[in-house]
Design a binder for this molecule. Sequence first.
Ligand code: FES
Length: 92
Amino acid sequence: MEDKTVICRCEDVTLEEIRTLIQEGFQTIDEIKRMCRCGMGPCQGRTCRAVVSQEISRATGLPLNEVKGPTFRQPIKPVKLGAFLGGDDDGK
Ligand code: FES
């Protein structure tokens, strides 16, 4: 992939930005997320998280399964606000 490839479409983060952060010492998903918002968009990292993990693995030599994953907070999947207000009837 080229440096200008957009890795996080939600937050418009390029591979170059990810590589720079890794070189600066930010080598976990959460650290990179905090620095550039990669993974904090509407898809919550479903699109970009795997690519960032692969890049951390490639740059550090750490096996992919040893790259520290992100911290998940509830809810872990999208929930309509109506579910919190009065059940799961979508507020209708
Ligand atoms: S593509 Fe990165 S948060 Fe959606």
